[in-house]
Design a protein around this ligand. Structure first.
Ligand code: NAD
Ligand code: ZN
Ligand code: ZN
Length: 361
């Protein structure tokens, strides 16, 4: 039996999204059907709509979600109907070269549902990050469902499904931030603020938030920023050096995804420091740096895919920190909205008015 639900579709590059009927198949072997309860609006959804990820239109957007498993297909044993889950885009395969070397957080062959969700006329949909959760129900690989404490709020913990995990992990997992570190975060949206929260959790003593928007900088303080820099008014490289004894930060996290902010990150770190790129660039962007500076400044230039997270390890742990009051996930939620409001939420995101709009179903 297939299920007809409403979902948010991006039909073409730059076109406003539309709310349409989506046909969701019953789960086949290894798949799970999930009733979505909440799904955050992430900048990556907007990248999809703008054609910045790939050209596989139409997309079923939404990928930062929590919900309840409604049905599972043959062979699924890890989750069962009724389980409260956060959806992840890293269902590790256990068999690729990364998994076999004991680094499953890099898994190069992550699982998604095999069957396609379609429009009413049968056109197959590309679900954003293999999820597609701006819909009342979605079909995923069972491994994309991570069971967590059902007493947690879906609006808050769904954010761990993408942006907040990406930011926290960029600081803690990829950047290896530890006690006493100085950290700068360039771009303080949902991802950047999560990186700030991660640096704070890990014990960084100086945490510098950089953005072009004063409201964002004010919000960044709530997550643990000790200093803020408006890079429209002040040279952020100079400012970060000044705030770190003239040297630069131990770890600089770029959470915008642009060459100019990457360059700032590159020069704002101390010798032998670490740059973490978590912002996602678009295909036409290029970067030129003096190779001598790459050598001479030493350290590590890293990219963070999904915060190098392992959902089964990290989601339950972070939900627990949230419930203990040590990780304020509620502070990321600027507004809750309905499915029909996603286009308006993109507009607000574009104008920097929100940290996270969360669709509640
Ligand atoms: N690597 C991953 O796994 C991963 C996961 C999720 C999102 N992302 C990416 O992270 C980035 C941020 O996502 P988000 O949801 O926080 O977006 P967002 O739009 O909420 O935040 C971006 C922030 O950057 C600021 N900004 C824009 N231009 C700037 C500049 N020149 N200098 C300083 N700040 C600037 C904006 O004011 C805003 O506060 C996006 O590129 C998104 O695609 C990456
Ligand atoms: Zn693998
Ligand atoms: Zn995302």
């Amino acid at each position: 039996m297939a299920h007809e639900v409403r979902g948010v579709i991006a039909r073409g590059k730059g076109q406003p999204v539309s709310l349409e009927t989506v046909v969701v198949p019953d789960p086949g072997p290894g798949e799970a059907l999930v009733a979505v309860q909440a799904c955050g609006v992430c900048h990556t959804d907007l990248h999809y709509r703008e054609g910045g990820i790939n050209d596989d239109f139409p997309f079923l957007l939404g990928h930062e979600a929590a919900g309840v498993v409604e049905a599972v297909g043959e062979g699924v044993t890890d989750v069962a109907p009724g389980d409260f889950v956060i959806l992840n885009w890293r269902a590790v395969c256990g068999a690729c070269r990364a998994c076999l070397r004991g680094r499953p957080w890099y898994c190069f062959n992550t699982h998604n549902a095999t069957q396609k969700m379609t429009l009413a006329d049968g056109t197959p949909l590309s679900p954003a990050l293999g999820i597609g959760a701006f819909a009342e129900k979605t079909l995923v690989a069972a491994g994309q469902c991570t069971k967590v404490d059902p007493s947690a709020s879906p609006v808050a913990v769904g954010l761990l499904g993408c942006g907040v995990m990406a930011g926290l992990g960029a600081a803690i997992n990829t950047g290896g931030v530890t006690r006493g570190d100085s950290v700068a975060v360039i771009g303080c949206g949902g991802v950047g603020d999560a990186a700030i929260a991660g640096a704070h959790l890990a014990g960084a003593t100086t945490i510098i938030a950089v953005d072009v928007d004063d409201t964002k900088l004010e919000w960044a303080r709530r997550f643990g920023a000790t200093h803020t820099v408006n890079s429209r008014e002040t040279d952020p490289v100079e400012a970060i050096r000044e705030l770190t004894g003239g040297f630069g930060a131990d770890v600089v996290i770029e959470a915008v995804g642009r060459p100019e902010t990457y360059r700032q990150a590159f020069y704002a770190r101390d010798l032998a420091g670490t740059v973490v790129l978590v912002g996602v660039p678009t295909p036409e962007m290029t970067l030129e740096l003096p190779l001598l500076d790459v050598f001479g400044r030493g350290g590590a230039l890293k990219s963070s895919w999904y915060g190098d997270c392992l959902p089964s390890r990290d989601f339950p742990m972070l939900v627990s920190l949230y419930q203990q009051g040590r990780l304020d996930l509620d502070a990321f939620v600027t507004e809750t909205i309905a499915l029909e409001d996603v286009e308006a939420a993109f507009e607000k995101m574009h104008h920097g008015e929100v940290l996270r709009s969360v669709v509640v179903l």
